[in-house]
Design a protein around this ligand. Structure first.
Ligand SMILES: [Mn+2]
Length: 194
């Protein structure tokens, strides 16, 4: 099983995380940001990963540091769990509807960090969560996992649905990209490395 752990403690957050790529969709998520707990839970389920997160942070300020640092830890754990990337599909994509919302995610585990995001959320907040933090989380995830991540929310009216569709599509796209294709010998790059 490809897996990795991260523990990260700063003056702003205290995070422990264990991630498995070849999992069963088992999530044990406890964070000080309830909306992120909800998103990580369904990300894990739809990616068929295993994920344990214990994240405490300075949410008395806002959810920024905690959300950002979970993204950092998850990205680092994902990259380490991928190992030498031999035999992986490398690319993955998913188009996921959630009621009236439609989100699309395309990913290349390219070792070239990039985030491209097209999403206009109608509300600035879902509950107490600032919706601008979705971009913050995704950028730190892409940066630390060294992946090229493209996220499009085609349409939607309910911000909760739109973000939920993004995280489900993210799980499915990363599941595909990280999965082993028995036809792939070595690393799937004409350069010979990723
Ligand atoms: Mn929901």
């Amino acid at each position: 099983m490809r897996k990795a752990e991260r523990a990260r403690k700063t003056n702003e957050t205290d995070i422990k995380l264990a991630f498995g790529i070849d999992g069963e969709g088992k999530a044990d998520i406890s964070t000080d940001v309830p909306f992120m707990t909800h998103m990580l839970d369904l990300f894990t389920k739809h990616g068929q990963f295993d994920l344990t997160v214990d994240a405490k942070g300075d949410t008395e300020i806002d959810d920024h540091h905690t959300t950002e640092d979970i993204g950092i830890c998850l990205g680092q754990a994902f990259l380490e769990a991928l190992g030498d990337k031999k035999g992986i599909k490398r690319y993955g994509s998913a188009l996921v509807p959630m009621d009236e919302a439609l989100a699309q995610v395309a990913v290349d585990l390219s070792n070239r960090p990039h985030l491209e995001m097209r999403a206009a959320f109608p509300q600035a907040k879902v509950g107490t969560f600032d919706t601008e933090l979705v971009h913050e989380f995704l950028w730190k995830l892409a940066l630390e996992a060294r992946m090229n991540l493209h996220v499009i929310v085609h349409y939607g009216t309910n911000t909760h649905h739109m973000i939920e569709a993004v995280f489900k599509a993210l799980g499915r796209a990363l599941d595909e990209a990280s999965s082993i294709d028995p036809r792939v010998k070595g690393v799937p790059s004409t350069k010979g490395m990723l």
